[in-house]
Ligand binder design. Sequence first.
Ligand SMILES: [Zn+2]
Length: 218
Amino acid sequence: MAQQETDQRIDSGTPVAEPGDGFVVDTEDAEARELAHRERGTSRPITVVGNPVLHKECRDVTEFGDELAALIDDMFASQHTAEGVGLAANQIGVDLKVFVYDCPDDDGVRHVGAICNPVLEELPPAERHLDDSSEGCLSVPTAYASLPRPDYAVVRGQDAQGKPVRVRGTGYFARCLQHETDHLYGYLYIDRLSKRDRKDALRQMAENTPRYETVPNP
Ligand SMILES: [Zn+2]
């Protein structure tokens, strides 16, 4: 997912992950962990809307070894180069269910991690509050559109070693968790927009030049 376009209204009061409550702690040593990943990795160009790999469900991750670790490093390197806050594997052309993130929550706390085979948990209606902030995607370069999404999200999946994990996020990080999970099932955020807003996003993309390398569409 692209960086936030502007500062946004923030509502606090949503729970934040604490050690020992069953959620992964992805806020400790965030800076050092992100740096280590991207220094081991190699940045790759980003696929854009229209590339078939972005428009179908990715394959489940079943091997949790060195190859996956190297892919995750490349994803962190690519995310950093493109100045993203989240990146799904199909955005660098790899058909596997894994995404990485480096994203602030609604308290400005930085979350860094990788999750395989993510599934978004259904929120009880009482916990479902929509936030209509603007959203952007590295695969729809330079475009932004307002899109209502729940301001709190929980994703379960596996870490890079295959251990079951749950990740939760608030604010922009909640948006990121939903956006990246969508990618791995073949959906872009513009697929959730009205016809008119989608067209406008594609127009913004056509009129501007991305600041990072992209993969030419087949
Ligand atoms: Zn995206």
